[in-house]
Design a protein around this ligand. Structure first.
Ligand code: SAM
Length: 278
């Protein structure tokens, strides 16, 4: 590890401790010791931008409850890795099992899906493509996908629906043709998702540690690759809250390295990282 003096900005173990506590409090994310260099690197960009010479001065701003900088601070420390059709077996399950079941069960023709921790939007747009493909005459249904994330920058990106074309790696040519429009002029390397997908989704900034101004019950909740950074106690509270807003026959889908084993009894494992409310 570099000494505090080798770095561009003075960064002490005490500074790291303070940041660790503040992130834990604001997001539930637990930063282990080996994240020190990552924290230094990501926050150094804020110091450069604000023209500040050492971490102690930056932390002083945070201690004064400067909400706009606190938002920048949390945005800088979240990990937003995602892609279209990431962990594709979840969308196969949605298309082949969950949706055919709901189509028979829901006589009110209402479907609600929540993508909690949606990052830049690839996950909710993938859900929207899957719904369009699996729900015949979808316009006769009341369908909404709620897409939320703590990080306001990624929520804005998702809302825009504009992606670099190179992000379409996991998407088949048929789907690209159907659901994406190629940009022109300055947008030539970008694509935009079609309005039919956008109108199914409501993007909102939401911290899972705070109150949820959401209207359930949800039929499916995706919370994938979010809780890996949370303590088991925080996971327990969160998953129990998900159970409260999920329909009695609803599904919860988590990320490939996540599990509810020894966390809560309110769900039953029914497939690879797929749970049903008990
Ligand atoms: C690695 S991304 C996962 C994106 C997507 N679910 C997927 O699996 O591809 C994790 C996301 O969780 C969000 N996140 C972390 N803590 C959160 C919290 N307390 N409330 C809401 N979102 C949070 C991060 O901002 C980040 O965008």
């Amino acid at each position: 590890m570099a000494s505090v003096y080798d770095r561009e900005f003075e960064f002490t173990p005490k500074d790291f401790e303070f940041i660790r506590d503040l992130v834990g409090e604001r997001t539930g994310i637990v930063l282990s010791d080996h994240k020190l260099d990552m924290v230094y690197g990501r926050l150094s960009r804020r110091l450069r931008k604000l023209n500040i010479g050492k971490f102690a001065d930056y932390l002083h701003i945070l201690k004064q409850d400067d909400e706009s900088e606190l938002v920048e601070f949390t945005n800088a420390l979240t990990t937003n890795l995602t892609s279209f059709f990431r962990e594709p077996h979840h969308f196969d399950f949605l298309k082949k099992e969950a949706l055919p079941y709901f189509l028979k069960q829901r006589d009110k023709r209402r479907l609600r899906v929540w993508s909690a921790g949606c990052s830049t939007g690839e996950e909710p747009y993938t859900i929207a493509m899957t719904l369009h493909e699996a729900v015949p005459h979808i316009t006769n249904w009341d369908v909404k996908i709620l897409a939320t994330d703590l990080d306001s920058n990624v929520v804005d990106k998702g809302k825009s629906g504009i992606y670099e074309e190179s992000r379409l790696n996991g998407v088949t040519p048929e789907r690209i043709k159907k659901w994406f429009r190629k940009g022109r002029g300055s947008q030539v390397d970008n694509v935009k998702v079609s309005p039919e997908l956008q109108e199914l989704i409501a993007f909102k900034q939401l911290n899972l540690m705070h109150d949820w101004p959401v209207r359930g019950p949800f039929d499916v909740i995706f919370c994938r690759n979010v809780v890996i950074y949370f303590s088991k106690d925080t996971q327990r509270i969160l998953f129990n809250r998900f159970a409260d807003v999920l329909a009695d026959d609803g599904y919860l889908i988590v990320g490939h390295s996540e599990s509810l084993h020894k966390v809560t009894e309110r769900f039953q494992l029914i497939g690879k990282t797929i749970y049903r409310k008990r």
